[in-house]
Design a protein around this ligand. Sequence first.
Ligand code: FMN
Length: 161
Amino acid sequence: MSNVVPLCGPAVRSSDAWDSNEPPSTHPHPHPSTDHRTQERDLVPTLLHLDTSPRIGSTTRRGTAEFAASWRAANPEGTHVYRDLAARPVAHVDAEQIAVMHRLESGEVRDLDEARNAAVTPEEKASWALTWDLVEEVRAADTLVLGLPMHNFSLPATFKA
Ligand SMILES: Cc1cc2nc3c(=O)[nH]c(=O)nc-3n(C[C@H](O)[C@H](O)[C@H](O)COP(=O)(O)O)c2cc1C
């Protein structure tokens, strides 16, 4: 059975009986650090599974849960990282993040280490640390499954954040 790592919450293990609005049953698996996940990347496949719908009986959650169950069956040693953006939203883009991004873009920075350390002020560092954690989660994933209902002719605001 593959590991399921929910982000911003207690870690849990995968379950084939995963209800579409509930994560799998809890399991005291420690949240791996970003570096740990990056190191694991070459060893085991990683699925990053994002849900965004706040709706009870969500269609998109059912779809992503079915995909994740198939993926776990095909990758029994894989790591299934789960983030529920409706239950636990991440911070929206703020002025500090935009300032860092602007510097990276105007400086045409392509180096990841330089980008990781681009925040200057304490406020930028606090904001950029959150952003960079999310960047690393995406980079560490081999497969992404995104539950994205259309909300007001666009993607859910929680995903855009
Ligand atoms: C707040 C809200 C906004 C929506 N906006 C749109 C829309 O702009 N266009 C559309 O076709 N459907 C819209 N829908 C319908 C949803 O996209 C549709 O019901 C989808 O299946 C919801 O996915 P879910 O069941 O995973 O929540 C909206 C639904 C909600 C709740």
